[in-house]
Design a protein. Structure first.
Length: 269
């Protein structure tokens, strides 16, 4: 405790000034004053002490800001885990782990990175990644999400077929969550990835229900950015969802087709 009991006698007369300099750290003018210690272990001694340096204050402020940022990241990570439908391999999908195998995948990676780097809530844009199975479209969508979540944004990734299964489960009597709760999160979140659009089961009635659920979400998210992935080409997607829904889906949407060989079966061929 004695160590902390630093009591200075501040002498304001110019005669106590030893030197002045500009601190490299805080850019403040620091004055070195010859100061008589009036308490503590060094009582009675004279020391040259710096006055005016803000480095310590700035370090404390930076530390507090860092802790706050980390807290927001953890909260967003928790939100993402809770609301997303993820399989084992998807938890580690980032840009670092996406290895392009051809020109098309390289371009898709650059477009997705560009999308993440230029993400802003004020000018929301959607992204549609199309192409056949196994080209890493979901991986790229997840990479965007992981980057934005680290930056403090809220994000959810859902596979459309898994989402529909989850919604059906909410209709049961002893369901954990209500349909409204599930939909509310998807509408609220800053960035949403709807993975595998058009792959939902198309029974005669199930199909129209699925389509109406998806477009309820898209409709409610107008003005908020969404990433879509689909295995269908433009024409098939248009037929699947109908003309009106298709034009709503494509509004303010950057569309990119990924080509190549399924990376999951490629090594078996
Ligand atoms: Zn300083």
């Amino acid at each position: 405790m004695q160590e902390l009991l630093f009591l200075f006698q501040t002498q304001n007369s110019d005669s106590s000034i030893v030197s002045r300099y500009t601190c490299d750290g805080c850019l403040e003018t620091v004055t070195i004053r010859r100061t008589k210690i009036i308490g503590g272990r060094d009582k009675g001694m004279e020391k040259d002490l710096p006055y005016g340096c803000k480095c310590e204050d700035l370090a404390i402020a930076a530390q507090i800001k860092g802790r706050r940022t980390r807290r927001i990241q953890l909260k967003q990570e928790e939100w993402f885990q809770h609301h997303s439908t993820l399989n084992e391999s998807q938890t580690t999908a980032t840009f670092d782990t996406y290895v392009p195998e051809n020109q098309s995948q390289q371009e898709a990676k650059l477009v997705a990175m560009d999308y993440a780097n230029n993400f802003t809530k004020d000018k929301p844009q959607n992204l549609l990644l199309s192409g056949s199975y196994g080209l890493g479209k979901s991986h790229l969508a997840l990479s965007v999400l992981h980057q934005l979540i680290s930056a403090g944004h809220s994000g959810i990734f859902v596979s459309v077929p898994a989402l529909l299964t989850k919604l059906k489960a909410t209709y049961k009597k002893d369901a954990d969550a209500s349909e409204d709760e599930v939909l509310e999160a998807l509408i609220q979140t800053e960035i949403l990835a709807l993975d595998d659009l058009g792959a939902e089961h198309r029974g005669s009635e199930g199909g129209s229900w699925a389509t109406s659920v998806i477009f309820q979400i898209i409709d409610m998210r107008i003005g908020k950015p969404t990433i879509y992935t689909t295995n269908l080409d433009g024409g098939s997607l248009r037929m699947r969802v109908g003309e009106r829904n298709f034009s709503r889906l494509m509004y303010n949407t950057k569309s990119l087709k990924v080509t190549g060989t399924d990376r999951r079966i490629r090594h078996l061929l």
